[in-house]
Design a protein around this ligand. Sequence first.
Ligand SMILES: C[S@@+](CC[C@H](N)C(=O)[O-])C[C@H]1O[C@@H](n2cnc3c(N)ncnc32)[C@H](O)[C@@H]1O
Length: 348
Amino acid sequence: MYRYIGNKSKLTPYILDRIQQMIGDSGTVADIMAGTGMVSLELRKKGYKVVASDIMTYSYHHLNVNLCMKEPPKFNGLKDVIKDDLGCMYKSVLKYLNDIEAKKSFFYKEFSPEGEPRNGTSPRKYFTSENAMKIDAIREKINEWIDGNLIDKCEESLLKHTLIMAVNEVANISGTYGYFLSTFKKNSLNKLELKQVDFFEDNNDGHIIKLGFAENLAATIKADLCYIDPPYMKRQYAANYHILETIARGDFPDAVGKSGLRDWWDQHSKLCTKTRGLQSFEKIISDMQCSKFLISYSEDGLFTLEQLQECFSKFGKVTVQEIEYNRFKSNNSKLPQKLKEYLISVER
Ligand SMILES: C[S@@+](CC[C@H](N)C(=O)[O-])C[C@H]1O[C@@H](n2cnc3c(N)ncnc32)[C@H](O)[C@@H]1O
C-alpha cells in the first residue's frame, strides 16, 4: 500500500499509450520525477531504456529495485553471518531481519507513544512501540552491514525498499507522514513484516538512475522522450514523506516540532511554488538533450492549463489530452467527484 501523492497507478496505461504514439515501441525514456518508480517499472516492462531520477533518496532505492533487478541478489557477504536455511539467501536474510530482537533507539524515542522526543514535545504516534523498536533494530542492522561492507549497493537498496514497503503497511497516518493520527488505526496495530519483492525477469538492461533536482540533471540526460510528473500542489514531498527519507538515508536526524520533521530544506522543490515553478519547467526543457516531452498535470494543480500551454509553447507544438477519473475524497468532501488529469505533449 503506497499512498504516494500523485502516484500514477491508475493513469499508467494512458501514459504508456501516449508514449508509444509519440516514439513507437522502443527508445530511451526519461522519468525525471519518478517517485515510487512505478511508471519506470512499466516502461522497463514495455522494453524502453529508462533514465530515472527524483530528489528523494527513497525513490532512488525504489528505482534501483524496479529498474536494475531481475532476481534476488546473492547476499554473499552475509553467508558467514546468516545460515541459509531457506535455500535462498534473500529469503533467509528477510527471515533473520523479521526475527531480529527489537531495540529501543531512534524510531522508538521519536515516533512511538512510549518515546520521549529529544525536543521535549509529547510522544508521537506514527508507529506502535513494538513496530518502532523493530524498525530501529532492522535499520541499525542494515547500517552495520553497510559499514562492514557485507552488502553491496543493490542489496542495500533492496533491503531499504522492502523496509519502506513494510513501514507503509503499519504507519498510523492518513495518507502522508505529514502528521500522525491521535489513536492507532487498525492496520497500524499489525506486526511489521518484511515481505519478498516480486522480481521482473527480462533482458532489458542498461537503465540509468540518478538522484537530484531535475533542473540540475537535465543537461546530463539524453532521451527520445522525457516524461515529467511534477508535484501539482504546494505540499512538499520531503516534508510529507520525511520518515521514509530517514529510512532511506539510514540516519538519525533532529526531529523537529510536533510532527518530528527532519530538516528538508535541501529537498525543497520549486515546482511546488507558484513563483518559481514555471521557470523550473523551462530550465528542464531547454537544458535536456531531448525533443519530445510528455507532462502529467492535474486540473487541481497550482498552474492553470493555459499557463502551462503558454510556457510550453515557447519550445514547440503543444497537444493536450484530457483524462477524467474519479477523485479520491472523504465522505464529507464538497469537491466534485470527477477530476481531470492532463497529458500535455511538447514536440520541438
Ligand atoms: C507526482 S510525484 C511522481 C509520482 C510518480 N510518477 C509515481 O507514480 O510514483 C512527483 C515527484 O517529483 C519529485 N520532485 C519534486 N520536485 C522535483 C525536482 N525539482 N526534481 C526532481 N524531482 C522532483 C517528488 O519528490 C515526487 O517524487
